[in-house]
Design a protein around this ligand. Structure first.
Ligand SMILES: [Zn+2]
Length: 431
């Protein structure tokens, strides 16, 4: 078996670097943090998918601290030799539930558990996700995301850059509240540290997917979020897709049974679509016994999901043909799916007929743009964060290459280096 060297490197970026004070001793800074800050790294590459749909050949990526500073074929000395691999920006998953895990009894524990065990399981999910090549994920959402987000941002736990919705706005018909109450709820999430607002405008597809928020309620939610400088991700099926689009919300999650006219309207209004071609339902079916009987998961629900899988394939097929429709990559990863996020690429290409390059771009520059982070992540270019991964094989020819992530760097720190022939120099931990 290939020797796999995985290093936990801890990085504190300049943003969260501890402030020095005369009266109190400087907070301890680990040698790893100091190293990561000062380090200049050169990576030799033969094939780079730049995240925007271009392929670059035979160059070197120069990194200083957490950022890419140049692409220069003459740069040296080379610290990592990733020639022969396919190099691309770290992937972005727009829709995960990072804290969902299976509990002690083996059953789905959702995100409600707040035991130390549940916290460790969430940390483990974050680690698995990062190792799978996902350097940024959006968790939508749970209040337990917040401490995990902080720990990862500080560099005290390894994981993808985490954005969270904190608590979602759940539509329950009339009981959801007046527009003013909804606006107050949105502001409350912002105060609690939300990076975005998650809104449920439809029932679960397991219950039929009917609409749970009125147009007026959706208008209030998405308008208030905009006023607060926050994006809105709306869980929507069927008619709720059009309503959320008309309300000016940022992104539609799932979108199953949206009509071509709905999708065209989204393209016109610049609303992002985050459809799921397979992983989420495949994962439920694979782990059926672990979900069955836990809140929201009935035998009837499972029967409904089996039917939805083909509807989802069909949605992805149709959506990718709508001119101008902006499609991002989101898996809806729940317990059992963390670390397997890349399976969704395979589903999109194999079952959704998506062009492999478009699938890659959806999880790179399009994903970054939808998050308002295009100037920081999502492509291999000077000035951007050094989020760089490498695959064995060429995903443009064989999409299953996405399963073979052998190198992961996030913000200039190498977390995984199992590449053939790579020079074993790690940004941080000494052997
Ligand atoms: Zn979800």
């Amino acid at each position: 078996m290939r020797s796999v060297k995985i290093i936990l490197c801890i990085l504190i970026t300049s943003v969260c670097a501890p402030a020095q004070s005369v009266s109190s001793p400087a907070p301890a800074q680990s040698p790893i943090q100091a190293l990561a800050k000062a380090k200049r790294i050169v990576i030799a590459v033969s094939t780079v998918l730049d995240g925007k749909g271009h392929v670059l050949h035979n160059t070197r990526i120069v990194i200083e601290g957490s950022k890419i500073v140049a692409l220069d074929p003459k740069a040296g000395p080379v610290d990592y030799d990733l020639r022969g691999l396919t190099v691309l920006p770290g992937w972005i998953d727009a829709h995960v539930h990072i804290t969902w895990s299976f509990g002690k009894d083996g059953k789905n524990a959702g995100s409600g558990e707040t035991t130390p065990e549940a916290a460790y399981r969430a940390a483990s999910n974050a680690w698995l996700t990062l190792m799978a090549g996902f350097t940024t994920v959006q968790s939508v959402g749970s209040p337990t995301d917040v401490p995990l987000r902080e720990a990862i941002a500080k560099g005290t736990l390894p994981g993808p850059r985490l954005l969270t919705a904190v608590e979602p706005l759940t539509g329950r018909g009339d009981r959801t509240g007046t527009p003013d109450e909804i606006r107050a709820y949105v502001r409350k999430q912002k105060e609690a540290g939300a990076d975005l607002i998650k809104i449920f405008a439809s029932q679960s597809i397991r219950q039929g997917g009917g609409m749970t928020l009125s147009q007026e309620q959706l208008n209030a939610a998405c308008d208030e979020a905009k006023k607060q400088g926050l994006r809105t991700l709306v869980h929507a099926y069927k008619g709720a897709v059009r309503a959320a689009t008309l309300a000016g919300c940022t992104e539609i999650e799932h979108g199953t049974m949206a009509s071509d006219d709905d999708l065209k309207l989204m393209a016109e209004k610049g609303t992002y679509l985050d459809p799921q071609a397979g992983l989420v339902i495949e994962n439920y079916l694979l782990n059926k016994e672990k979900y069955l009987g836990t809140p929201g998961y009935t035998a009837e629900g499972f029967a409904a999901m089996e039917k939805v899988l083909s509807l989802n394939h069909e949605l992805v097929q149709r959506a990718s043909k709508i001119p101008g429709l902006k499609i991002v990559f989101g898996t809806d990863a729940v317990a059992g799916a963390h670390g397997r996020n890349a399976e969704e690429f395979i589903d999109r290409v194999r079952d959704g007929g998506v062009d492999p390059m478009a699938a890659m771009v959806s999880a790179n520059s399009s994903g970054a743009e939808a998050m308002g982070l295009a100037d920081q992540i999502g492509s291999v270019a000077p000035g951007l964060q050094a989020d760089i991964i490498a695959l064995e094989g060429d995903p443009l020819k064989d999409i299953t290459a996405v399963r073979r992530v052998v190198f992961v760097m996030k913000g200039g720190v190498v977390y995984k280096n199992a590449a053939r022939g790579a020079i074993p120099v790690y940004a941080g931990v000494q052997p």
